[in-house]
Ligand binder design. Structure first.
Ligand code: NAD
Ligand code: TYD
Length: 344
């Protein structure tokens, strides 16, 4: 199998590559990543031990750099690459359109030109918007994104499905709920709360802290993606979630308990503009169709994650100090200067 994975130096992409190469070590796997502030080669440590693993430093918008890899023939493309943080999308939305929409469109056109056999678009439950206290998102729920991030992901989903309908490109779309686990960049709630708690620093909770997310361990997500990639029906959307709804306050309290830290570290701060109150995902389709179900209990998964961050202090200290990658700040976001590209 020859597959091209984008965004494989990020959180979920790196976990997926590690999982997949462990299961299918004969795979030729090209990891295309721009190494933005969220991409980190430390996340891919050890993967070079696999003979078929290659890293390509490139933007998913860079047609010239990517074309030879598509022309050589690909069994699958898995598109993880994205700007992924809602708060950043509120502050600086343009790059979200550039990567999440234009970048995906570029990959879709390349895939269509070169007859890629499966195109797996990694999407999010956030494309459905926000829920009240009841009900869950199904694959039939209307797209009603609220943040620029969610809107850019919904745009990518619509383009991907248009390529299935118009050109017959075998597109599959997964919409997963909030992930947690090793290698998550410390701007997201769980790693931020763990690291701040370890350092005895305040943990900001937006608004009343009673917003609800459906938390899934990244390993469960990776197992679901394997099923969809290998057995999913083209032209289909699959929701992925763990039916594990928790308020943000509950999550942070659990982290503090696990670390033996006091509750007074919690600081209620101004709410996020347009903050979605609740996400909850119905997963009957992937359970019935592909026999997948989340297996990792939240308390156990969170304890394992806390333990990982305790042991991997060097990893996150390097990120916090900007040692691995600080050009995001220097270049106002995302473009890697030609010079840096050559130096790297
Ligand atoms: P992340 O921010 O940790 O990683 C994103 C990766 O994409 C980074 O390695 C970054 O360098 C790379 N990238 C960004 N722009 C690029 C570009 N133009 N060209 C090439 N590479 C680029 O994100 P994540 O949390 O691992 O999320 C991965 C995917 O899963 C995203 O598409 C996201 O929308 C989706 N998703 C995430 C979650 C979650 O809870 N984190 C939930 C559901 C879906
Ligand atoms: P986040 O991890 O940014 O994921 P998403 O916005 O994609 O759901 O946030 C998860 C929840 O935690 C969300 O309701 C916002 C909230 N949150 C805080 O209360 N404080 C924080 O510092 C962060 C980063 C998030």
């Amino acid at each position: 199998m020859r597959i091209l994975v984008t965004g494989g130096a990020g959180f979920i992409g790196s976990n997926f590559i590690r999982y997949f190469l462990h299961r299918y070590p004969e795979t030729t796997l090209i990891n295309v990543d721009l190494l933005t502030y969220a991409g980190n080669l430390a996340n891919t440590e050890g993967l070079t031990a696999y003979a078929g693993y290659r890293f390509l430093h490139a933007d998913i918008n860079d047609r010239k750099k990517l074309e030879p890899y598509f022309a050589a023939g690909l069994d699958a493309v898995i598109n993880f690459a994205a700007e992924s943080h809602v708060d950043r999308s509120i502050d600086a939305p343009l790059v979200f359109a550039e990567t999440n929409i234009n970048g995906t469109l570029n990959l879709l056109t390349l895939a269509q030109c070169h007859g890629v056999k499966r195109f797996l678009q990694i999407s999010t439950d956030e494309v459905y918007g926000a829920l009240g206290p009841e009900d869950c998102f199904t694959e039939e729920s209307p797209l009603a994104p609220n943040s620029p991030y969610a809107a850019s992901k919904a745009g990518a989903d619509l383009l991907a499905m248009a390529f299935f309908k118009t050109y017959g490109l075998p597109v599959l779309i997964t919409r997963c709920s909030n992930n947690y686990g090793p290698y998550q960049f410390p701007e997201k709630l769980i790693p931020l709360a763990i690291i701040n708690a370890i350092r005895d620093e305040p943990i900001p909770l937006y608004g009343d802290g009673l917003q609800v997310r459906d938390w899934i361990h990244v390993d469960d997500h990776c197992r679901a993606l394997e099923r969809v990639l290998l057995n999913g029906r083209p032209g289909t959307v699959y929701n992925i979630g763990a039916r594990c709804e928790r308020t943000n306050l509950e999550v942070v309290r659990t982290i503090l308990e696990l670390l033996g830290k006091p509750e007074h570290l919690i600081r209620f701060v101004a709410d996020r503009p347009g903050h979605d109150r609740r996400y909850g995902v119905a997963v009957g389709k992937i359970r019935r169709g592909l026999g997948w179900e989340a297996q990792i209990d939240f308390q156990a998964g969170l304890a394992q994650t806390v333990d990982w961050y305790l042991k991997q202090q060097k990893w996150w200290e390097a990120i916090l100090s900007g040692e691995y990658n600080n050009y995001y700040q220097r270049n106002y976001g995302y473009r890697l200067a030609e010079k840096e590209d050559k130096d790297r």
